[in-house]
Design a protein around this ligand. Structure first.
Ligand code: COA
Length: 140
């Protein structure tokens, strides 16, 4: 199975981005909202199999010393084959001069630990929907 990786937001089907996020159970929005979020990001990676979008990830950053990783997702039928690792690896490499933070979906912490990330002891968040995030295990 040949997977190709690109960084360009051109020619991305944003309906599919929203659909993939929904499929894997992550927060999803209107397609044009995702387009704006990815286009405003510092680093974006898209994975394709025979031209079909199968996964992606992005990081926002000042480009100097701080970055945060979001929206890393791989279609279920392509998970467990190294695609997520390749996406994270590319983002981390591109931002190797920065601190990188993220909040993992509950249960996905090990995946990130495998890429050198460690649990934060003082992480704080002001989410738009605090109660929902609490119910889903993101915050105390
Ligand atoms: C998390 C996700 C991006 C990983 O992508 P993937 O392509 O399945 O990951 P890989 O195949 O590159 O796996 C890399 C390693 O992480 C491990 N791993 C993957 N998912 C894991 C999980 N949920 N828990 C523990 N380890 C996990 C794999 O076993 C593999 O280990 P190995 O290198 O020792 O074999 C993908 O499973 C996904 O999209 N999940 C749903 C969305 C999601 O939760 N995204 C993360 C938001 S924080």
């Amino acid at each position: 199975m040949e997977i190709s990786y690109s960084t360009e937001c051109r020619d991305i089907d944003w309906n599919l981005v929203a659909k993939i996020l929904e499929t894997v159970g992550m927060s999803h929005h209107r397609p044009d909202i995702h387009r704006k979020a990815f286009e405003a990001s510092h680093t974006t990676i898209f994975a394709r199999c025979r031209g079909r979008l199968i996964g992606f990830g992005r990081a926002i950053s000042d480009g100097q010393y701080q970055a945060a990783l979001y929206d890393c997702a791989v279609l279920p039928e392509f998970q467990g084959q190294g695609v997520g690792s390749a996406i994270i690896g590319r983002i981390v490499e591109h931002l190797s001069h920065c601190n990188i933070i993220l909040y993992a979906s509950p249960g996905k912490e090990q995946f990130y630990q495998g890429h050198g990330f460690a649990r934060m002891k003082t992480g704080m968040a002001l989410f738009l929907e605090m109660q929902s995030k609490r119910e889903h295990g993101f915050i105390e």
